[in-house]
Design a protein around this ligand. Sequence first.
Ligand code: GSH
Length: 224
Amino acid sequence: MITLYGFPASNYYGLIKHVLMLKEIAFIEQRNYAADAEYLLKSPMGKVPCIATPEGFLSESIAIIEYLEGAYQDKPIASSDPYQRAKAIEIMRIAELYIELSARHFLPAILMGTEPSKEAKDKMLPVLKKAFASLESMSTFSPYLMGDSCSIADLCVRYALKTGLMVGDKIFDLNFFGETPKLAQWWKLMNDDPISQQVDSQAEASFPEFMNYLQQAFANKNNP
Ligand SMILES: N[C@@H](CCC(=O)N[C@@H](CS)C(=O)NCC(=O)O)C(=O)O
């Protein structure tokens, strides 16, 4: 049995939950917000999610997915062909490094109402646009990013794009799908998936709880 630690409002948590559900792996969820000493023993950087496996703890989503794919082989979501598998990782890295991590600069502005800096906006916008265009040109859309079944690339890109699209909307007043029609069509396909809908509705339902945690943490930081 796998234990998934973290909180459902996290898109990385949603990604791993989606993988567990798609591969039909039995798991339980354990709520964790704070990166306290006990959690750092499980996830050394304090990041969400992490999982407990029969062999020990694992953090970092790509490492977790690698483990789940290797340990639970009944419903594969990664290609056994070395080139195709590497190509999926290339797509996943582009989504995480250039969309997710660029967009994350603006989460404090969106969540806590702070002012985003002009420097950050000028620096990140071209990176975000280029990464969306890269995904549009690299993927096969047949109908999934890399073929006729949903793979690790589709899942990692879906959850990274959630952050990217929100930042496009709330910070840049821009729909990044404007110049990527095939990606927009694929997004709809992914959103129509029952597992996506289940993960999204849990994330949405838990959002007030997450905001409450954030506000408490912010207040404690300012009034130690
Ligand atoms: N590289 C990590 C990133 C995970 C991540 O950034 N998670 C966020 C929640 S969505 C988190 O733990 N934030 C708290 C922090 O950065 O201390 C992964 O792939 O799992």
